[in-house]
Design a protein around this ligand. Structure first.
Ligand SMILES: O=C(CO)COP(=O)(O)O
Length: 256
C-alpha cells in the first residue's frame, strides 16, 4: 500500500523568522505522533536550515522547491542537489507550473532535474498539469502525457518507489477552484497508466501521485479518498498550522 505524502509547498513565503515559528507549530502538533502519513514541508531555500533544525528527530521531513542540474560552478543564484543533500533534505520539487511559466522550464529540463535529483539520492516530486485553455480545448491529457513521459524516459523503473508525481492543474492553483474528485481521479489513473505502459504495472503501483491545487480542509477528504490520490501538494493551506494539520488529520482518518 502506498503511504500518503502530505507536503506543504511554501513557495516564496515564510522567511527564516516566520518559517521557524510555523515549523515550531507544526512540530508541536505532530512530533511524537506515530502517523501513517509522511509529512513534508518545502520552505524557501533560506529557511530550510531552520525548518530542518526544528524537525530533527521528529519524523517530519524537509524538502527544496527547485534545483539546478549541475553540482557546482558559475550559475549565479542557483543551488545544487549536493547543497540540498548537505542540508539533510529528502525531497526536491521539480517543474512546478510557476517555474514552467515564469522561468521557462521545459519538459526536457524538468526531466533532467528529476534525473539529477534521483541520482543524488534525493526524491523528486515532479509537477505536471494543464492550463485552463488546454483543459477547455480538450488537450489536457496530451499535455500531461508529454510532461510525464519526458520524466519516465530519463528515469527508470528502479526509481519508481522514490518518485513522486504531483498532478497540479494550473487553473486550480491559488484560485480557490479545485478539480472535482472525479477529475483528479481520472488524471491520476491516466498518469498511473502512462507509468505502467513505460515501466510495468508493479512499478506504476509504487509511484505516489499527489494532487495539488487549492487543497484545503473542506475538500481534502473527497480528494484523498480517491484510489489513485496518494497525498497532497499544498500551497496556501500549508502556511497556516491549523489548516495544514487539519488536512493531515483527514489523511490519517482515511483507510484505503
Ligand atoms: O501550487 C500548489 C502547490 O505546489 C498549490 O497551491 P494552492 O494550494 O495554494 O492552490
Amino acid at each position: 500500500m502506498r503511504q500518503f505524502l502530505i507536503a506543504g509547498n511554501w513557495k516564496m513565503n515564510a522567511g527564516p523568522k516566520e518559517a521557524k515559528a510555523l515549523a515550531d507549530q507544526i512540530a508541536e502538533s505532530w512530533e511524537d505522533k506515530d502517523t501513517n502519513s509522511e509529512i513534508l514541508i518545502c520552505p524557501p531555500f533560506v529557511s530550510i536550515p531552520f525548518v530542518v533544525k526544528r524537525f530533527r528527530d521528529t519524523g517530519l521531513k524537509t524538502g527544496a522547491q527547485n534545483v539546478h542540474t549541475e553540482n557546482n560552478g558559475a550559475y549565479t543564484g542557483e543551488i545544487s542537489t549536493e547543497m540540498i543533500h548537505e542540508l539533510s533534505c529528502e525531497y526536491v520539487i521539480a517543474g512546478h507550473s510557476e517555474r514552467r511559466a515564469y522561468f521557462f522550464e521545459t519538459d526536457e529540463l524538468v526531466a533532467e532535474k528529476a534525473k539529477k535529483i534521483s541520482d543524488s539520492g534525493l526524491k523528486p516530486i515532479v509537477c505536471v498539469g494543464e492550463k485552463l485553455d488546454e483543459r477547455k480545448n480538450d488537450i489536457y491529457r496530451d499535455v500531461v502525457k508529454n510532461q510525464t513521459e519526458a520524466v519516465l524516459e530519463l528515469l527508470d523503473s528502479s526509481d519508481a518507489s522514490q518518485l513522486v508525481i504531483a498532478y497540479e492543474p494550473v487553473w486550480a492553483i491559488g484560485t480557490g477552484e479545485t478539480a472535482t474528485p472525479e477529475q483528479a481521479q481520472e488524471m491520476h489513473a491516466f498518469i498511473r497508466n502512462l507509468i505502467a505502459d513505460e515501466w510495468g504495472q508493479e512499478a506504476s503501483e509504487s509511484v505516489r501521485i499527489l494532487y495539488g491545487g487549492s487543497m484545503k480542509p473542506g475538500n481534502a477528504e473527497e480528494l484523498l479518498s480517491q484510489p489513485d490520490v496518494d497525498g497532497g501538494l499544498i500551497g496556501g493551506a500549508s502556511l497556516k498550522e491549523e489548516s495544514f494539520s487539519e488536512i493531515i488529520s483527514i489523511a490519517e482518518s482515511i483507510d484505503k
